[in-house]
Design a protein around this ligand. Structure first.
Ligand code: SAM
Length: 280
C-alpha cells in the first residue's frame, strides 16, 4: 500500500479535525485525491525538486505533490487548525514535508528551500494575485522558482494568458509573459471544491524563461505599463503624457503609433518603449 493510501480520506480528515471551511481564509478545499494528483502532475517532474506550497489546508494537494514524488514540500499555512492534519501527512512521508504556520505574504520561504524549486498551490483567492506579482517581479532574473502551477479564478487566469487586443489583456499578462511562458492547463467547475465558490477556476502553469523575452529595465517597463493601462481607453500619447516631454517621438522611435491604445501593444512593443524611455 502506498503512503497516500494509508491516510484517511479528506472528508474524514476535515470531520475529525473540525476543519469547516472559513470564508475569511479563502477556504475552498479540493477533496478528490485523483484531482489533486492531476494538478500535481501539471507541475512537471518533481522528483529532483523542492516544492513550495501556499495554503495546504487539509492537505489534498500536499498529498498529491508527495505521492507524485516531490523531493521535499515546504507548505505555508495561515490557519493553525490545519496543522494537526498536516502533521499526519508529514508522518506518512517522513522527512519530506515541512509545514510553516503563518501568512505567506510575510514569510520568506527561501531559507527552507533547496533549488531547483517549483511552486504549486490552490491559492487563497484573496492573496493569489499579490503573490503572483511578487514572484514575477524579483530584483534579479531568473527567479528562485523554475515553474509556478497555480489555481486562480478563471477570470484572473484569463488575464495572465491574455493576448493583445482582448479585454483581459493588461499589466498581469505583460508581467507574466515578459519573463515566463504561461498556459492554462486545467479548468475546474465550482463543484470541484468544498464548499463550491461562486466562480469557475483554472490552473495556470508558468515556466520561468532563463532571461526576459525582450530587453527592458524592469522598473521602467512596470511604470510604462501601469501608466498605459491606468487609462486603457485613451490613446497612448495621452495616457503616457507624464512619462517624457517628447512622448510622441519616443512612441514613434519604439515603432508604436501615438494614436494606439494600451491593449493593442504587444509585450515586445512595451519593451521597445521602455528602452526608448530609458535612453531619453
Ligand atoms: N490547498 C488546499 C486544497 O486545495 O484543498 C486548500 C486551498 S484553500 C483555496 C486556501 C488555503 O490557503 C486555506 O487552507 C487557507 O487557510 C490558506 N491561506 C489563506 N490565506 C493564507 C495566507 N495569507 N498565507 C498562507 N495560507 C493562507
Amino acid at each position: 500500500m502506498s503512503a497516500i493510501d494509508a491516510l484517511p480520506p479528506l472528508r474524514e480528515v476535515i470531520r475529525s479535525h473540525h476543519l469547516q471551511a472559513r470564508k475569511s481564509m479563502g477556504q475552498n478545499f479540493l477533496l478528490d485525491l485523483n484531482l489533486t494528483a492531476k494538478i500535481a502532475r501539471q507541475a512537471g517532474d518533481l522528483t529532483a525538486c523542492d516544492v513550495l506550497e501556499i495554503g495546504p489546508g487539509p492537505g489534498g494537494l500536499t498529498r498529491g505533490l508527495l505521492a507524485e514524488g516531490a523531493r521535499h514540500v515546504l507548505a505555508i499555512e495561515k490557519d493553525a487548525r490545519c496543522l494537526p492534519a498536516l502533521a499526519e501527512v508529514s508522518a506518512a512521508y517522513p522527512d519530506r514535508l515541512t509545514v510553516l504556520e503563518g501568512d505567506a505574504l510575510e514569510i520568506d520561504p527561501l531559507a527552507s528551500l533547496t533549488p531547483p524549486i517549483r511552486v504549486a498551490a490552490n491559492l487563497p483567492y484573496n492573496v493569489g494575485t499579490e503573490l503572483l506579482v511578487r514572484w514575477l517581479t524579483p530584483q534579479v532574473w531568473p527567479p528562485f522558482w523554475q515553474s509556478l502551477t497555480l489555481m486562480f479564478q478563471r477570470e484572473v487566469a484569463e488575464r495572465i494568458v491574455a493576448q493583445p487586443g482582448s479585454k483581459a489583456y493588461g499589466r498581469l499578462a505583460i508581467l507574466a509573459q515578459w519573463r515566463a511562458d504561461a498556459q492554462i492547463v486545467m479548468q475546474l467547475p465550482p463543484e470541484a471544491f468544498t464548499p463550491p465558490p461562486k466562480v469557475s477556476s483554472s490552473v495556470v502553469h508558468l515556466t520561468a524563461l532563463p532571461c526576459p523575452r525582450y530587453p527592458a529595465d524592469p522598473a521602467i517597463l512596470s511604470r510604462v505599463v501601469a501608466m498605459a493601462f491606468n487609462q486603457r481607453r485613451k490613446m497612448l500619447r495621452a495616457a503616457l503624457k507624464g512619462l517624457a516631454p517628447d512622448v510622441e517621438d519616443r512612441l514613434r522611435a519604439a515603432g508604436l503609433k501615438p494614436t494606439d491604445r494600451a491593449e493593442q501593444i504587444s509585450v515586445e512593443g512595451f519593451c521597445a518603449l521602455a528602452r526608448e524611455i530609458a535612453a531619453s
